[in-house]
Design a protein around this ligand. Structure first.
Ligand code: GLA
Length: 399
């Protein structure tokens, strides 16, 4: 008898535990590798339309970018114009005459995913209606449209608390029942790397906006700081490495590759470094008219492989001597992806020592060049390469 009571008690306890156990949110398991795609902002700003977005989706397929792993087509600011009497967000009827749902359906029909933009404050950065006070209503609308990715900006937020605001939109997105990637765009002001993962963010901007330049701190028209060049953004990533991992990434902002402000060598460095940083790879150029050179750069599968490595480690700067730097990223198979970076204005030899990347000096390792697509041979203890000004040599070192 006593035994039976015990069995009942155990059954009752485990049943209650099952019923009340917290179910994982629908967004669990998203962005296990850094998101890859295209976003309208860097090239087109507010000049967005149905035609443009369809054109980019077509080009993503035709260019080979889809095959290389790019997935998300994201409309940034300026698709929205107002709210109706019930508070529903309205897309610009002139620029999106067939509506957002039809556009999302088209993107999905190509086997791609669809993303959109809003803002945690009362208005977006371009002055369009923001999300504040409409979080659950907007999330339901996004889900009904078939949105897979939301970039959520931080303009016009006055005294709002960043952590609470992003937690709220994550709850709203999850409540919609659709798994939606949340891209936190708070520019690093409240150190989102410390809380972004806990509030369900999948990526968070770590800095102000990128500029299509190698080096600069261009101020905004109102004098506030800054649009930053590639190496300025790079410096701000140092120390943030440990906060990134599968499902939650540091975002040093979208790519400028192909937008015309830098040389091909500089774009190659930009892309290599973003790959090493396990950064989201969101192309920001006109995919319909890019040169074969830029396309080949964006679809270099060996470099993308480093970015998308399943271990999900962010790379770090392991050596610096003036303008010469070594960046290293640990890969799942134990190898290291390494970028030898020359920030200076003349060609320089850059040495790589095994101890910088965590290998004993006596270990022989093969070195493969990821831009030349060539095995460079077997080396023991060190390797070095001549690197052009503003260039990188990117290799895999495999013991
Ligand atoms: C901010 C963001 C940019 C872009 C614009 C849109 O500046 O940081 O990436 O989304 O707003 O207005």
């Amino acid at each position: 008898m006593r035994q039976r009571i015990w069995i009942f008690a155990v059954l009752a306890v485990s049943l209650t535990a099952t019923v009340f156990a917290e179910k994982p949110p629908v967004s669990a398991g998203l962005a296990l590798t850094p998101p890859m795609g295209f976003n309208t902002w860097n090239k087109f700003g507010c000049d967005v339309s149905d035609e443009l977005v369809r054109g980019m989706a077509d080009a993503m397929v035709k260019s080979g970018m889809k095959d290389a792993g790019y997935q998300y087509i994201v409309i940034d600011d300026c698709w929205q114009v107002a709210r109706d009497a019930n508070g529903n967000i309205i897309a610009d009827p002139q620029r999106f005459p067939s509506g957002i749902k039809a556009l999302a359906d088209y993107v999905h029909s190509l086997g791609l995913k669809f993303g959109i933009y809003s803002d945690a404050g009362s208005k977006t950065c371009a002055g369009r209606p923001g999300g504040r006070g409409h979080e659950f209503q907007d999330a339901l609308q996004y889900a009904a449209w078939g949105v897979d990715y939301l970039k959520y900006d931080w303009c016009n937020t006055t005294t709002q608390d960043a952590q609470a605001s992003y937690g709220l939109i994550r709850d709203a997105l999850d409540a919609s029942g659709r798994p939606i990637v949340l891209s936190i765009c708070e520019w690093g002001k409240a150190k989102p790397w410390l809380w972004g993962k806990d509030v369900g963010g999948n990526l968070w901007r770590t800095t102000d906006d990128i500029n299509d330049t190698w080096e600069s701190h261009e101020k905004w028209p109102d004098g506030s700081c800054c649009r930053r060049g590639v190496v300025d953004i790079l410096d701000l990533q140092v120390g943030l490495e440990s906060f990134a991992g599968p499902g939650h990434w540091n975002d040093p902002d979208m790519l400028e590759v192909g937008n015309g402000g830098m040389s091909t060598i500089e774009y190659r460095s930009h892309f290599s470094l973003w790959a090493i940083l396990a950064a989201p790879l969101m192309a920001g150029n006109d995919l319909r008219s890019m040169t074969p050179e830029i396309r080949d750069l964006l679809i270099n599968k060996e470099v993308i492989g480093v970015n998308q490595d399943a271990l999900g480690r962010e790379g770090r700067r392991v050596w610096k001597d003036g303008d010469r730097e070594v960046w290293s990223k640990e890969q799942q198979d134990g190898s290291r992806a390494v970028a030898l970076l020359n920030r200076g204005g003349s060609e320089q030899q850059i040495p790589l020592k095994w101890e910088q990347i965590g290998y004993p000096a006596h270990v022989p390792a093969t070195v493969r060049d990821l831009w030349a697509h060539k095995e460079l041979g077997k080396f023991t203890g060190d390797f070095s390469a001549m690197v052009p000004p503003h260039g990188v040599v990117m290799v895999i070192v495999r013991p």
